[in-house]
Design a protein around this ligand. Sequence first.
Ligand code: ZN
Ligand code: FE
Length: 257
Amino acid sequence: MAVRIRLVPCLSDNYAVILHEVDTNTTVLIDAPEAAPIEAALDQAGWKLTHMLITHKHGDHVQGIAALKKKYGATVIGPRGEASEIPMIDSKVAEGDVVSVGNMKAKVFETPGHTAGHIVFWFEQEKLLFAGDTLFALGCGRSFERPASVLWQSILKIRDLPGDTKLYCGHEYTLSNARFSVTVDPKNAALKRRLAEIERARAEGKPTVPSMMQEERETNPFLRPDNTEVAEALGMKGADPAAVFTELRERKNNFKG
Ligand code: ZN
Ligand code: FE
């Protein structure tokens, strides 16, 4: 059941991820921002792509699909809700579907907000969550196509996944997210420690992805709008968590740092 994982930096701040199941020689890409670095990573590992799992329609997640499909003929699996905007899609999936790739299985959650059709993939056995642009390390995606309150409901679907689940997100936004987070959760000691770790990692050019769901629950303000101290820091004590989440999203949109 050995599974190898490679994080592939693409474009300016995107991540693609490659999963390789040794026993079945199955190689799965999650999101396709850019073909060249993904091909290079596959070549270096000696793997042939068999599947592409796509979280959403944005160019920086799909524009590598065509070239990779041409080279490897891999099966493209993506969101039913925006299937017409996923190039060369073979299989359309929706809430509750289970995607089988080799002996691995991923459960699909629909997480509308960033885009209306966005999905995320949860590999329970392998303890991996591929969240695309729904949930970031210490942040969340912008709610472009649905109100922030809807994005909050989407995030609630994945917030309580096991704490030892690794969160792989679509972008290296963690340092900016961390600098924002300390402004809305100023008493959180674990968050302050995490900011210092992130500053160190980025100064050394190291990725901050993946993170663990447990540390996200303890430090990511977008998972904590129902936390009293976060609400208080926003002057919203006792407010509905969806309203606090919406305010957090607004403030992050306007945050310079
Ligand atoms: Zn996006
Ligand atoms: Fe993106």
